[in-house]
Design a protein around this ligand. Structure first.
Ligand SMILES: [Fe+2]
Ligand SMILES: [Fe+2]
Length: 313
């Protein structure tokens, strides 16, 4: 069994739910997919706060669609975790009780509408850097979910960038608002890729199993290289005095994020951790009647289908 698994990974083929897999592989995947699903769902909150306050019907419709997409991403991913034997209700409990993590980035506040644009540009942009290689992840259901999700993430990134372009063509106050949001989100966005490679305990196993294809630092570098020219085109500066093109490497050099901040935010002590988890808990409790009604409806449908089969027989 182990041999078959190893050969599948070596040949770059997909592992499917029915296949034998090592316990560590299954555990690592459940953890990663659950954290990813939680991030999509918690990620609805910072921007969701702006749906009622978006400045036009067009912006409201776009933002509404985007936030709804994130709900869909969460649902695909919980389903992928279920193919590994995880129980979705249990995963939700773990999130609400703080026993399972979600991306640190969603613990930062969104005080202005420019934050909506910068989240699309940076956060969805970082998500694309992270997730495009996951389309080739060794676990089939995860890889396939990623293909669909990535298509929507590019829409998210473009809507953010287009929103910022529009604001940059506006008043001085609007341009200042964009620059302020860029200054606040840049470093937390770099932290989205996780701790530096030397300090990332789970990375080596994930790379060997081909769950992950690139290291945290490599993905961070790609994000910086992709974003710098976009910032120039937009007309904003990135808040890093060490950021410069390195002709020898053919890549940008950049400063070191404040890793103690990342540790703090992951540890539960970011600006909005308590608020995000509490909102998730109350939404879950308020939705109890929907889950009960859906379960009752499904049971009724099944009884009817069975009764009909009985009648035919
Ligand atoms: Fe998403
Ligand atoms: Fe997104």
């Amino acid at each position: 069994m182990q041999e078959h698994f190893d050969a599948t990974i070596a040949r770059d083929q997909r592992v499917e739910p029915r296949d034998w897999m090592p316990d560590g592989y299954r555990r690592t995947l459940v953890r990663q997919i659950a954290q990813h699903a939680h991030s999509e769902i918690i990620g609805m909150q910072p921007e969701g706060e702006w749906i009622t306050r978006a400045p036009s019907l067009r912006r409201k419709a776009i933002l509404f669609a985007k936030v709804q997409d994130e709900a869909g991403h969460g649902l695909y991913l919980y389903s992928a975790a279920e193919t590994l034997g995880a129980d979705r209700a249990d995963l939700t409990e773990r999130l609400i009780e703080g026993r399972q993590k979600y991306s640190s980035i969603f613990n930062y506040p969104t005080p202005t509408f420019a934050d909506v644009g910068v989240i699309g540009w940076f956060v969805d942009g970082a998500a694309i850097c992270n997730q495009v290689p996951l389309c080739r992840s060794s676990y089939g259901p995860y890889a396939r979910a990623m293909v669909r999700i990535c298509k929507e993430e590019s829409f998210h990134q473009r809507q953010g960038y287009e929103l910022l372009m529009t604001m940059m063509r506006g008043t001085g106050a609007q341009r200042a608002m964009v620059q302020d949001a860029v200054d606040r989100w840049w470093w937390p966005s770099l932290m989205m890729f996780g701790p530096p490679d030397g300090d990332s305990p789970n990375s080596a196993a994930s790379m060997a199993w081909k769950i992950k294809r690139h290291s945290n630092d490599e993905l961070r570098q790609r994000f910086v290289d992709m974003t710098v020219p976009q910032a120039e085109k937009l007309g904003v500066t990135l808040p890093d005095p060490d950021l410069r093109w390195n002709a020898e490497r053919g890549r940008h050099d950049f400063g070191t994020p404040d890793w103690s901040e990342l540790k703090r935010v992951i540890g539960g002590d970011g600006p909005c951790n308590a608020e995000r988890t509490e909102r998730r808990r109350s939404a879950h409790e308020e939705g109890a009647w929907v889950r009960e009604a859906a379960t009752a409806h499904a049971a009724k449908q099944e009884r009817r289908a069975r009764a009909q089969e009985g009648a035919v027989a």
